[in-house]
Write a protein of this length. Structure first.
Length: 112
């Protein structure tokens, strides 16, 4: 269970096992989202889906999180590490100056 799903966007690529569950579970204990989640979550999944997660505190499975754009890929638990290594090798095979510049540009434009 990932309690604060909005932290996931601090990372470039998010891989999760099919068993992963996301949610804004602080709602269940009367704790407000104080970590910027109310700002980031709507930008990631859209306002309607964010409000659903924020107001209901319902659990969101990995497949639904994938459809929302909260994660990049979903794999069987036993395949997660090997798939992550494949993706890392693919990324590492490209010219790194170009990769870093494009990544920085995408993050900069996203934050505007």
């Amino acid at each position: 269970v990932l309690f604060c799903s909005t932290h996931s966007r601090k990372y470039t690529i998010i891989l999760q096992p099919k068993s992963a569950i996301f949610g804004v579970f602080c709602r269940r204990w009367g704790v407000p989202l104080i970590d910027g989640g109310t700002l980031r979550l709507p930008r990631i999944v859209g306002l309607g889906r964010a409000m659903d997660m924020i107001l209901t505190g319902r659990p969101v499975g990995a497949q639904e999180a994938l459809q929302m754009g909260l994660v990049t890929s979903v794999f069987e638990t036993g395949d997660l590490l090997s798939e992550a290594i494949k993706i890392a090798k693919q990324i590492a095979s490209f010219p790194q100056i170009c990769m870093r510049a494009d990544r920085a540009s995408a993050y900069h434009s996203y934050s505007q």
